[in-house]
Design a binder for this molecule. Structure first.
Ligand code: CA2
Length: 152
């Protein structure tokens, strides 16, 4: 079967608030800006994007499971679930698609409870602390991984 030219973009809880509060940490761009940035970055490489943001873990799990059918990879900012969720990690591992983990802020320089990620060992790409533009970097690196797999 040929590789589908589509990525799933997943944004976790509270990221719908982007651009409305805490601009010193997360910048002033909104979730709509993030989704546009990712869509444009992917389009440059010939990929479409399906975007989901939810404050409900199960909605995120269902979207990840569905990606198995028609996506080539997943770009995810799991937000606070990064540091708490074994089930999110299991969903990502279960679909066996290449994953790029993105964090807008540099979680390594923040509170100790943000230093551990349940997702990092199932992600092939990590872009941390580059602000919203890190999502575009993640798209590029993830598509490089997908293109490399297609050559195998
Ligand atoms: O830096 C990131 O991208 C985070 O994934 C963002 C999460 C945080 O829990 C992670 O440790 C790091 C928080 C997302 C909440 O975003 C907000 C944005 C604006 C206002 C309030 C929350």
């Amino acid at each position: 079967m040929s590789t589908p030219l589509r990525l799933l973009l997943v944004n976790g809880p509270n990221l719908n608030l982007l651009g409305t509060r805490e601009p010193g940490i997360y910048g002033s761009q909104t979730l709509a800006d993030v989704e546009r940035l990712v869509t444009d970055a992917a389009a440059t490489r010939g990929f479409e994007v399906r975007a989901v943001q939810s404050n409900h873990e199960g909605v995120l799990l269902d979207a990840i499971h569905a990606a198995r059918e028609d996506c080539a990879g997943i770009v995810i900012n799991p937000a606070g679930l990064t540091h708490t969720s074994v089930v999110l990690r299991d969903a990502l591992a279960g679909v066996a698609l290449p994953v790029a983990e993105v964090h807008i802020s540099d979680v390594r320089q923040r509170e100790p409870f943000r230093h551990h990620s349940y997702v990092s060992d199932v992600a092939l790409v990590h872009v941390i602390g580059e602000g919203v533009s890190g999502y575009a970097t993640a798209v590029d690196l993830l598509i490089d991984v997908i293109a490399g797999q297609a050559d195998d």
